[in-house]
Design a protein around this ligand. Structure first.
Ligand SMILES: [Cu+2]
Length: 157
């Protein structure tokens, strides 16, 4: 076979190949990992909890938004203080086999994947004050680029 064009586009899965359909044996739907104590399955369960200088975010990733705290005025915003230790527990409630979400904060050099049904945790210290956009880093649907939010880090006085 002749390769017509090849380009690196990682991590977005734009490469395509042809294969006979009967060769593919897939798992059509995954389950939510309910054994993970940080898992949340509904918007009502999302929340941001402070314990001293630790902030735990129990959020959802779904096409095409993040919900960190459904009760907040801006459910897609995480607000912390400079110096806080931040734990972002994100559950992907899109259960179709090919809907992997990502979570990235560019200025903090952070990125993680969250597979369908998985709860994954990202831990970091908010050592830079400011407003930082966050976004889904895996192509998940036509509205993928709408899957965004903000990390707000209040400066120390
Ligand atoms: Cu996504």
């Amino acid at each position: 076979m002749e390769i017509i064009q090849s380009a690196p586009v990682d991590p977005e899965p734009h490469y395509a190949q042809m294969i006979k359909a009967d060769k593919i044996k897939t798992i059509p739907i995954y389950d939510i990992d309910k054994k993970n104590p940080a898992a949340v399955t509904k918007a009502e369960e999302t929340r941001i909890e402070r314990k001293g200088n630790e902030v735990h975010v129990y959020g959802l990733a779904m096409r095409s938004k993040f919900i960190f705290d459904a009760k907040a005025k801006r459910p897609d915003v995480i607000e912390v203080n400079e110096g806080d230790k931040v734990f972002i527990h994100l559950t992907n409630v899109d259960l179709d086999q090919d809907i992997t979400h990502g979570f990235g904060i560019n200025k903090y050099d952070l990125n993680m994947e969250v597979q369908p049904g998985q709860t994954n945790t990202l831990e970091f210290t908010a050592n830079k004050a400011g407003t930082f956009p966050l976004y889904c880093t895996n192509f998940c649907s036509a509205l993928h680029q709408e899957m965004t939010g903000y990390l707000l880090v209040k400066p120390k006085k």
